[in-house]
Design a protein around this ligand. Structure first.
Ligand code: NAD
Length: 430
């Protein structure tokens, strides 16, 4: 598809490229509100978090010294159920980032019609600078500081950047020790041996693949032979790549942080080590050509799946994207400026809050299994996830077809109308 945009010349768009997650989230909320008949007081309330907890987390290092870190839990909205969202360990974690990401979780849970609200939290720390023992001490202390604000019926954390199923196991153990009873439902994304769900790790990638298939078919093509480029070969990217490959798509390019590989005949995605199997090993795999991460985004493919980090599609490069369809695997890979360019160029972008929502959906299944003390088989998880994704896709498609809007706006209409209606029905108290 030819590039038709001159978005780079627009200074207003350029200034948006550095926008924070909170600015993007607020902009998207206000845009969605213009499409609906929603009480503006409810919209104003939803532009703010219900609460943000900031805690101090002192950690004894292995050499006996003590370092003090700052942790956050931003709870955006709980009108439809307990707060739900990840905890990340990353040096750039800030209060505002947690609020913005928490707001996205509210919409993600609402678009999937899960009985959860949205939250996000984390500790501003470089996890690579911590030994396993230090990470465990940090996690247990953080769990202690958050004890009064999390719980299986109030706020249920999950893994995110820099945290793992093991982190969730420590958090669950620390919380359970303080409660005096084993409480697996306080976190999701745990190892299955302590109440985690089968299929949780692969779920966001699975939902990306399912939604990609639906979108390709919606635009009148067959997944078999569809060419796909995927940025990021971690949990989301690699699982999506392998499923799409299994279903007949030609995954012609994949990348990790160091760059990517390209084969116009399609790569053998099962032979390329994922981030989990061997970190940053994509370039070590034999392929006819290599590409940089920037080049991968501009490849002439049918489908582009950014599945690594946020803000990679900007007003500066959206005009050069050649894919006919973008499916967001990562959270927030497209800036507001890039979204406008894609809308002008009529390149559909299936948004993150729908495409990668398989993760939080299987987290919901995990929570159900924990509170019912009843384990589901992997087959059941897949069956129920596929059904939930189909149902959310159909609901968003209805709005997409009924209104002259983008896929992102259609998803926000579905989510915001559910959340706003719940607020209107419950009322403002006192
Ligand atoms: P991951 O750590 O498993 O893998 C990330 C991959 O991206 C790795 O291959 C890494 O090398 C690559 N990468 C890192 N920085 C990069 C860069 N600057 N350019 C190109 N590639 C880069 O992470 P993940 O769990 O797959 O998460 C990827 C994205 O999906 C994130 O935005 C995350 O928030 C989002 N997401 C994850 C989940 C989940 O449960 N894992 C759920 C929903 C959304």
């Amino acid at each position: 598809m030819a590039s038709t945009s001159t978005a780079n010349d627009d200074p207003e768009r350029e200034s948006e490229e550095s926008e924070s997650a909170l600015e993007t989230a607020r902009r998207q909320l206000r845009r969605a509100a213009t499409l609906l008949d929603v009480d503006e007081n409810i919209v104003e309330r939803l532009a703010h978090p219900k609460a943000v907890h900031e805690v101090t987390v002192p950690v004894e290092r292995d050499d006996g010294t003590v370092d003090v870190f700052t942790g956050y839990r931003a709870q955006h909205d709980s009108v439809r159920g307990p707060f739900k969202g990840g905890l990340r360990y990353h040096p750039d974690v800030t209060r505002d980032e947690c609020v913005g990401l928490g707001m996205w979780m509210t919409w993600k849970c609402a678009v999937m019609d899960l009985p959860f609200g949205g939250a996000k939290g984390g500790v501003a720390v470089d996890p690579k600078s911590l030994s396993d023992a230090e990470t465990e001490r940090l996690t247990r202390r953080f769990a202690g500081e958050l004890r009064d604000v999390i719980g299986p019926n109030t706020d249920i954390p999950a893994p995110d950047m820099g945290t793992t199923p093991q982190t969730m196991a420590w958090l669950m153990d620390a919380y359970s020790m303080q409660e005096g009873e084993t409480t697996p439902g306080v976190v999701t994304g745990k190892p299955p041996v302590v109440g985690g769900s089968e299929g949780r790790d692969a779920a966001p990638g699975r939902s990306v693949a399912l939604v990609t298939r639906e979108a390709v078919e919606y635009y009148g093509d067959d997944l078999a032979g569809t060419t796909v480029a995927i940025q990021g070969f971690g949990s989301v990217g690699a699982n999506a790549a392998r499923l799409l490959d299994d279903w007949g798509a030609d995954v012609v390019a994949v990348s990790d942080v160091n760059g990517g590989i390209y084969d116009s005949d399609g790569l053998d995605t099962h032979a390329i080590p994922t981030h989990d199997e061997e970190p940053e090993a994509v370039l070590g795999h034999d392929a006819p050509a290599t590409v940089t991460n920037d080049e991968l985004l501009e490849l002439d493919v049918d489908v582009l799946v950014p599945a690594a980090v946020g803000n990679v599609l900007t007003a500066a490069n959206a005009g050069d994207v050649s894919a006919d369809l973008v499916v967001e695997g990562a959270n927030g890979p497209t800036t507001s400026g890039a979204s406008e360019v894609f809308a002008e160029r009529e390149i559909p972008v299936v948004p993150d809050i729908l495409a990668n929502a398989g993760g939080v959906t299987v987290s919901y299944f995990e929570w159900l299994q924990d509170i019912n003390r009843r384990k589901w088989s992997l087959e059941r998880v897949h069956e129920e996830l596929d059904a939930e994704m189909q149902s959310a896709w159909r609901r968003v498609r209805e709005e997409f077809e009924a209104r002259d809007v983008t896929w992102r706006e259609a998803a926000y209409v579905v989510a915001l109308s559910r959340v706003a209606e719940a607020h209107a029905t419950r009322g403002l108290w006192p």
